[in-house]
Design a protein around this ligand. Sequence first.
Ligand code: ADP
Length: 525
Amino acid sequence: MTTLMNPRLREREYIFAIGRALMNETESPEVLGVILRAVTDLVSSKVGVIIMAEPEEQAFRVGATYGMPSSALNKFRQLVQGVPYSHGRIREALDEVKEMVKAMARETDETLQKSLGMPMYSGDTIVGAIFVFHAHQYTITDGLARFLQSFATWAAIAVKNARLYEANVAEKQRLNAIIQQSADGVMIIDQSLHIITFNAALTHMMGIPSRKAIGQQHDDILRLEHLRTEMDLSEALANGWPLQGGKHLYVEGDFRRSDGHKVALGVTYAPLINERNKMTNIIANVRDLTRYREEEKLHKTFISVVGHELKTPVAIIKGYAGTLQREDVEWPRETLLDYLTTIEEEADSLTDLIDNLLEASRLQSGTFVLDIHNDISVSSLARHIGRKFQQQTEQHTIVVDFPDRFPEVPADERRLTQVFNNLVSNAIKYSPDGGTITISGREMGKHVVISIIDSGIGIPQHQRHRIFQQFSRLDNALSRKTEGTGLGLFLTKAIVEAHHGQIWFENNPDGVGTIFSFSLPLHEQ
Ligand code: ADP
């Protein structure tokens, strides 16, 4: 703006410029810059600064400068920051700053002898001051003084606005961070049910990136199948939700992700109601319930499987015991022995089952500890197991095939016996037509590998991933007919892994059947 302009016009132009800056700029330095230019120009000064009091930082700061050589600026900023700050004496401190600025101004231009200061008030509080410097005494009319003071007030308003804006932005960022960091899924929707916020946990749960979800209709993104609650959000809205008092709405159901996975979700919708009693937003809190669902299912399976498995031997024992007790029959010794053997076998299988259940519960509660001894002979153990199972079956031939001088390994013998028992009994159970079952061992680097090879029904490709899961029994006719809890392989895997070994299975390359193998390290880990 040229100084040749009529002073009134100039004043008006500056008022417009400041007004525009106040409306458009959210950052205080820009507005302060415009105001400072206006003031320095209006009083025909060469150099001006705005100093701000920063109560939060307990310090003073340079808010804007005009006409000050850039070489002096840094030093000046440091000087200002060094002025002691105290709430009660801001005016005095600002006087101190003024002297400092004057000295600086004179250092750069010795003609700048005179200065003019205007405190910036926000209410009763001084938030800073505008200083300008002149070569000569400058006479200010009352009118101009009032005018300048209003500039200082605008500067104070600009600072206040900027602080409010900054606080607002910071609060928004904080809220955003809380929403984004939340371990639960959070979605915010507007009145027209468009998604406006979609956090990272939701992306993880639903497999939808937030940029794809934002802007979409709620129902197009969060569509639940197999509802376990009475209604979903749209039905609830159609039924007048939220009623007075803004009660939460809970919806539970399955969500099918685009990768085909199904997750069980529980969504709590909370309405945001404004002071005119109108709903402005809905905040949806989404929880992944898949794990709880699986646990629930496991629990149910557990009760039914265990119930069945416990009942069967008990019924057999009771049946035989009842028969033996009959007073009207004289049992031949052979029958007696036969019945008693069956009772004993059933009692043994009950004990095995109870042992397995206890182990599984120890595994889950984390109290599963191995009792490792260094010199366990796997080959003798295998031979012992082979003999034991051979006595129980005529249909199968059990071959134990270990090289001479097979190394001993560190292991928990009782647990290792359990591994053999489970694998060999499965090999027998799932080879209903009989055949050869081979237990073989070989040394491989720092491990021994034991394999149990059967020629039974095999494990179908599509069910292979389930085999080691707790209570998993494959859905084949034989599994349904044979007794079992689906605990055996789960425990076997846990025991092998606790020994730092691995377990796997493959198809028997000689045709039908399965090979289960496990490795054990030769030396303690
Ligand atoms: P179960 O008590 O049912 O035998 P497991 O955990 O030992 O439980 O085995 C889980 C399922 O894996 C079995 O129900 C069966 O379907 C399958 N399975 C285990 N071993 C074999 C095998 N050698 N051949 C074929 N299927 C097997």
